[in-house]
Ligand binder design. Structure first.
Ligand code: ADP
Ligand code: MG
Length: 274
């Protein structure tokens, strides 16, 4: 539930230090070795607090997916450390979920919507009754309560991506990583999914780190935008987004604050590309 102060349940009380859910320290990643080595990520240091929705924006090919894969424990960084609520990430942590851009390849076509959402809960050792409850709850969050028995191929792209989001949230991850999750849907669906993500994130107090190459999307979604340079990715700015928590696809995007912020991000990206 959204509480009436507009703070998510993980926000610190006044005067309290925010809890760092994710700590990335001096992260480096190079592909290959010797003269053919290719640096994808260089010296990245940042933290994401519990309950925050942070966006990372950077040009295509700058190293965003590599960064997320390092955080998710899918690839071992060649330098630096990643900690999830204080524990160093070595291998994929059980309390982390990832949503990728390509929903058509991330859902199992032979499982129903409910089966897809339930699937990771089985490997977490969650009992049958609790699994059923969580599937129902997560599909309710994304507005798909009535589609449990459908198969992914019976759904639109936007609905399939909602299933991926429900599946990620059903395990109640400490951190949700999203890699350009709305880049493969049409503009109208993209707006709907952005609003859905913000609503669910605030209601559940989830901690989300989302990467995108879309400047407007990063500003619209985030509490904070980290701007990356072109390859190898380094952080060139860490901007707080002080837009009102209640956002609207038309009025927020028209507001002077939004226009100023998107201009600032665009200038930072342009300067680094020059
Ligand atoms: P982004 O997600 O920002 O588009 P990536 O993280 O996918 O960027 O890629 C960053 C750079 O690393 C690119 O130059 C890409 O070609 C390179 N790269 C990505 N994956 C590999 C890999 N497995 N082996 C070698 N180079 C890679
Ligand atoms: Mg990518």
């Amino acid at each position: 539930m959204i509480n009436i102060t507009g703070l998510s349940k993980n926000d610190p009380a006044p005067g309290e230090t925010p809890v760092a859910m994710l700590e990335v320290e001096g992260l480096n990643h190079r592909f290959g070795s010797g003269p053919d080595a290719h640096a994808a990520v260089r010296d990245l240091t940042f933290t994401v607090s519990a309950g925050q929705l942070a966006c990372i924006v950077g040009p295509s090919g700058c190293g965003k997916s590599t960064l997320l894969r390092c955080i998710a424990g899918l690839i071992k960084p060649t330098g630096g450390k990643v900690r999830l609520h204080g524990d160093e990430v070595q291998g994929v942590p059980a309390d982390l979920a990832v949503v990728f851009q390509d929903y058509s390849r991330s859902l199992f076509p032979w499982l129903t919507v409910a089966g897809n959402v339930e699937f990771p809960l089985r490997s977490l050792g969650i009992g049958k009754e609790e699994r059923r409850r969580r599937v129902e709850e997560a599909l309710g969050w994304v507005g798909l309560a009535g589609s449990q028995r459908k198969f992914p191929w019976q759904l639109s792209g936007g609905m399939q991506q909602r299933v991926s989001i429900a599946r990620a949230l059903a395990s109640r991850p400490a951190l949700l990583l999203m890699d350009e999750p709305f880049a493969s849907v049409d503009a109208q669906t993209r707006f709907e999914l952005e609003d859905l993500l913000r609503t669910v994130q605030r209601e559940q107090g989830s901690t989300v780190l989302l990467v995108t190459h879309d400047i407007d999307e990063s500003v619209y979604l985030a509490d904070r935008v980290l701007v990356l340079s072109s390859s190898p990715a380094t952080i060139v700015a860490d901007l707080p987004v002080d837009l009102p928590a209640e956002r609207d696809q038309i009025t927020t995007r028209e507001s002077a604050e939004f226009v100023a912020l998107r201009g600032e991000v665009a200038r930072l990206l342009q300067k680094r590309a020059a």
